[in-house]
Design a protein around this ligand. Structure first.
Ligand code: NDP
Ligand code: 8X3
Length: 249
């Protein structure tokens, strides 16, 4: 069985990706900070072999230690889905909170690098692998008040290209998946637990479901060795750009 390592599997896109890749016959390493959620998902996926790791992607030492603790049967990782991340706040740069900026840059950019650094030796040893980085439409167009979140995802776009160039000689393929508006816990985190404000982001149109994005990831990582899907943008049906959404009143 191929092994997929998914960050941010306790919610949203990461969770749906775990379900989709389990259906495609992968063994799974599921990671996040909320152990209870991950354990529950592992139980739900039984009899699919699942190993749960809890760490904060921002903590490089914790990431290294967690990956080093993998039992032998989960070490030969074939697919890494770098999905963990969030937006924190939505404010003009002049009113921005530097603590929020740190949280976004540390999780969305440095966190992705920390996990990649820890997992790459296993893929290098196999001379085979697939890395899927979850970027965003926000990485390809800045929008008002999105400043640092957009910049963090622009970094993911650039890193995905750089990783693809560097890793090709090792037989490792790299894809960047850029969702538009997906209804997950994303807005609840962005608005610091304000559920009403979070729900309003998805009102008046049908947003993407996490499963819609997971299906795309599943398709990408199940392509034969002669196919690399390098970059995909997936928007809600009513969405033309990050903030251009045809909402019905
Ligand atoms: P959710 O908030 O539902 O899920 C985020 C996941 O990331 C959780 O499993 C969370 O796990 C994990 N995570 C966040 N920060 C950390 C951290 N510091 N360390 C470890 N794990 C962390 O949001 P989504 O599913 O929507 O987001 C997944 C990815 O998709 C993110 O990178 C996001 O930027 C991107 N994206 C989302 C879009 C959307 O509209 N929803 C659109 C475009 C991109 P836990 O809290 O348990 O640690
Ligand atoms: C999440 C989508 O448009 O809110 O990356 O930035 S958006």
């Amino acid at each position: 069985m191929r092994i997929a390592f998914i960050t941010g599997a306790s919610s949203g896109i990461g969770r749906a990706t775990a379900v989709a890749l389990a259906q495609s016959g992968f063994k799974l390493v599921l990671t996040g900070r909320r152990l209870e959620r991950l354990t529950e998902l592992a139980q739900q996926l039984a009899p699919v072999p699942v190993h749960v790791l809890t760490f904060d992607v921002r903590d490089r030492e914790a990431v290294q230690a967690a990956v080093a603790s993998l039992p032998p049967e989960f070490q030969a990782i074939d697919v890494l889905v770098n999905n963990a991340g969030n937006a924190h706040g939505l404010a003009p740069i002049q009113n921005g909170d530097p603590t929020d900026w740190d949280a976004m840059l540390d999780s969305n950019v440095r966190g992705l690098l920390n996990v990649t650094h820890a997992v790459l030796p296993a893929m290098q040893a196999k001379r085979n692998g697939f890395i899927v980085n979850i970027g965003s439409i926000a990485g390809h167009e800045a929008y008002a008040n999105g400043n640092v979140y957009c910049a963090s995802k622009a970094a993911v776009a650039s890193l995905s290209k750089g990783m693809r160039l560097d890793l090709i000689s090792l037989g490792i393929r790299v894809a960047e998946v850029n969702p538009g508006a997906v209804q997950t816990e994303f807005s609840e985190v962005r608005f610091k637990g304000d559920k009403t404000r979070a729900e309003s982001v998805y009102q008046g149109y049908e947003p993407l479901r996490p499963e819609d994005v997971a299906e795309v990831i599943q398709f990408i990582v199940t392509r034969p060795p002669n196919v690399t899907i390098s970059e995909v943008t997936i928007l809600a049906g009513a969405q033309a750009a990050a903030t251009v959404i045809n909402k019905q009143q």
